[in-house]
Design a binder for this molecule. Structure first.
Ligand code: RVP
Length: 504
């Protein structure tokens, strides 16, 4: 007879935190969100800790180079998507590692042949008003000029005029050379009253642009995730099929942590992948595994040597795995079960294996709940897809800005493999959808607002660290009617923004 899990499986929205005593010390400014990323032995420090408990999902529509840089700047880590060739993925990892803080690699690069209309469309899509012009239109091509919104007047100029006719040409630009420091670049910006300084190599190819505003923000990034050589830290997704070629390239490119990306990780394939990494790299290469939804799955992967374990099947906002395959478990119940198993494993073996709650976070308070239930950190897809730094286009849908967001199990994401196989492989069925999410501005602003809420709730629970939150949190299940009670009710709300609380 089949085994039945006792009780129902619940999700985050069915729980609330009951506040505990908070002393006068409990203020957001005193809260630390530092949290382990990889396994460690009792009494030792983990070799990698995150400064904020957020990682970005291993997805084409979430974790590219810009996301890697922006999230590391705030203290989290991106896992670059693996649904591309190993060479392409390694190049993205390398781009994050090579990035010099404050030197922006533009994803809105123009060619001299483009028209003003195209420039305006690109500005609408990306929100960028300063765009470099290179010979071949790539971000590291030979620099030919710069276009800012002061160079053209949409209302008066001919929209078909070519970039070459209205850009500020290279010979009139002040540039920095490849060895310029950020401090020196900023001195030039101030001395020459510039808004941006392009930095070029000895062949006049663009390396990056220093913007006036970025230096100020750089100075205020105390949480940056930096490796021993002061380079940004970044992770990368791998799979259980091509690891023998992919892993060496990612390690060579400088990846700080790997993660096996699978919707179902309780498998011999994951065991073999981890074993291969251990045989070839020992403990030096850090690798997370998953996803699992119960204690048995956790223990299996912990015994295999996974450095962290991801929890969640079917809870992702774009995920239809539960609908198509009938597998999964309510995210809160799965997380609570796995975190209990992690603590028992720690008791028994003295080894702490961090748990990542992956998928299904809708409101900011869900993050606090997940941490309170035991998660060490959170993997977020939809949340990050909404920001400027996700790799997808910003589009205007019925007057509202949206960003595209699609699942890794959708036909759109899996096309790359089909092309790889010469079109031979067909998708048997889809496990994800292609969608829009409301555009939410810069990652920095969004993350800081979220973290402030998390810290403030932690204070309500009397906790100054995530560990303390896990020990002190008091959680209660809520009934359907008490969820109604928790929103604005029985009043006519004037401000429509308060009616739509999702996406906060
Ligand atoms: P969310 O943050 O709710 O958008 O969920 C993101 C997670 O959803 C990913 O980290 C991954 O585990 C899962 N995912 C990604 N693609 C798909 C799919 O196509 N089914 N699911």
């Amino acid at each position: 007879m089949a085994m039945f899990f006792p009780g129902e499986s619940h999700t985050f929205s069915e729980y609330l935190l009951v506040p505990g005593y908070s002393s006068s010390e409990c203020v957001p400014a005193n809260v630390s969100l530092k949290t382990p990323l990889v396994r460690f032995k009792r009494g030792e420090e983990p070799s990698i800790s995150l400064n904020i408990p957020m990682v970005s999902a291993i997805m084409q529509s979430v974790s590219g180079e810009q996301m890697g840089i922006a999230l590391a700047t705030e203290g989290g880590m991106s896992f670059i998507y693996g649904s591309q060739t190993p060479e392409q993925e390694a190049a993205m990892v390398k781009a994050v590692k090579d990035h010099k803080a404050g030197f922006v690699v533009s994803d809105s690069t123009l060619t001299p042949e483009m028209t003003m209309r195209e420039v305006m469309d690109l500005k609408e899509k990306t929100g960028h008003s300063t765009m470099p012009v290179t010979e071949d239109g790539t971000p590291h091509g030979k620099l030919l000029g710069i276009v800012t919104s002061r160079d053209y007047r949409p209302s008066r100029d001919d929209p078909s005029s070519k970039v070459a006719t209205f850009m500020t040409p290279r010979e009139q630009l002040i540039v920095g050379d490849k060895d310029i420091t950020l401090k020196k670049a900023n001195d030039v910006i101030w001395d020459k009253k510039l808004n941006a300084l392009p930095v070029v190599d000895e062949n006049d190819c663009l390396l990056g642009i220093v913007f006036r505003k970025d230096y100020d923000s750089h100075k205020t990034n105390p949480n940056e995730m930096l490796d021993a050589n002061k380079r940004y830290m970044v992770g990368a997704g791998i799979n259980t099929r091509d690891y023998e070629t992919r892993v060496p390239l990612l390690i060579e490119a400088g990846a700080d942590a790997l993660c096996i990306d699978s919707s179902e990780g309780f498998s011999e394939w994951q065991k073999r992948t981890i074993e291969w990494i251990r045989e070839n790299y020992g403990e030096d290469v850090k690798v997370g595994a998953g996803n699992v939804v119960d204690a048995e799955g956790f223990r299996f992967l912990a015994d295999c040597g996974a450095d962290f374990i991801k929890v969640g099947i079917g809870g992702g906002s774009i995920c239809i795995t539960r609908e198509t395959k009938g597998i999964g478990r309510g995210q809160a119940t799965a997380l609570i079960d796995v975190c209990r198993a992690r603590d028992e494993y720690f008791e028994e073996t003295g080894i702490y294996v961090p748990v990542c709650s992956d998928g299904g976070i809708v409101y900011d308070y869900h993050m606090t709940l997940a941490l309170a239930m035991g998660a060490d950190f959170l993997m977020l897809g939809r949340y990050f897809a909404r920001f400027d730094e996700s790799p997808t286009a910003r589009v205007n849908v019925n007057g509202q800005y949206m960003k595209e967001y699609w699942g890794e199990g959708s036909a759109r994401a899996r096309n790359w493999q089909r092309y790889d196989l010469g079109g031979a492989a067909k998708l048997a069925f889809e496990e994800g959808v292609d969608s829009y999410v409301p555009y939410a501005g810069s990652l920095k602003d969004g993350v800081n607002s979220t973290l402030y809420k998390i810290k403030s709730t932690m204070c309500n629970c009397g906790a100054l660290t995530i560990k303390e939150l896990q020990e002190k949190a008091r959680l209660t299940l809520v009934s359907a009617t008490s969820i109604v009670e928790g929103g604005a009710h029985d009043v006519v709300v004037k401000d429509r923004n308060h009616q739509m609380v999702s996406y906060q």
